[in-house]
Design a protein around this ligand. Sequence first.
Ligand code: ADP
Ligand code: MG
Length: 348
Amino acid sequence: MSGRDERPGEGPGTTDPRGVGPGVERQLGVGPAGAEPATVRADEAGRRPTGGDPVRHPSPLLDDPVLEGRAITRDYHVGGGLFRGAKVVQAVRGVDFAVPRGKTLAIVGESGCGKSTLARIITLIDPPTSGTLLIEGKPVEITGRRPSRELRSRVQIVFQNPHGSLNPRQKVGHVLMEPLELNTDLPAAERRDRARAMLEKVGLLPEHFDRYPHMFSGGQRQRIAIARALMVNPSILVLDEPVSALDLSVQAQVLNLLADLQKEFGLTYVFISHDLSVVRHIADEVMVMLRGEVVERGSREAVFADPRHDYTRTLFAATPVTSLQSIRARVERKASRRAASEGRFHAS
Ligand code: ADP
Ligand code: MG
């Protein structure tokens, strides 16, 4: 295993990992600057000596964070068969982040870099191994008792695959009312009213209340999942690849919906994606992860205009400019058409 413990881009015999990058990285102290292949993975044990400091673009947004993580780590202990010892996978290693109210932090990186692990930590599904998570300024107690019902309802999550997250035997109305049953003492009539209202907010129709999830398209199912997440009135929504399973045109519709809901409810988003064209559309802040660590962060404008870490550049190089432009154009067309008609929209 030792042979795979090299720093990225630092081949055997490379004495100065920064010596191979363009001058700008050297001046900024960004390292390591060797070429990072897009498909690079954590080694089997998920371990690697830590790289240099992450690239940090100036950001005007970071006052008054509604969500904050300080030095968050998460180790998984795996394996441990008859002839092998258990291994430790360091899925997240010392990640810091802060998201101001009403804004969107996008977390980008290839499969296996720790995005979903971080999502589960933020949503209080899974505790970090170490570090501090602060929700609305208050540190979350990670040891001991389970977080309170009230705290858990502050942060909700939407997953990539709405097939998996919606119970096929529950009618949509029940899917939406259930979080209220579990988390509030509201009477049934009130639960029903709120569910119907939310259905409309996400662009579905009153008659959808009594239908089953399988009767909907992928985009509509994702709308249902979003509606369910919003039922308990969270302030933070974690979206883990929420549009990755959808067709491009439907992606644009769901992204527009998310933007509208964010504005209406003042929601703070953590938007996880491996797709930069989507991130470009939705993010205020961008955080690029590689093997459990943040390698670059900053405002969307700064990171997209001037990606500095080699890994970020590799990600950008893998995203065709045309797809960035076309998704943006499509999204803008839809938005203006929508604004013009001002009607309810339920096309996805
Ligand atoms: P991403 O969402 O970016 O694809 P994940 O957070 O799912 O990445 O995974 C990060 C790393 O942690 C991977 O190496 C993955 O194999 C490992 N991992 C994730 N969940 C578990 C688990 N429950 N047990 C063991 N290893 C895990
Ligand atoms: Mg994931």
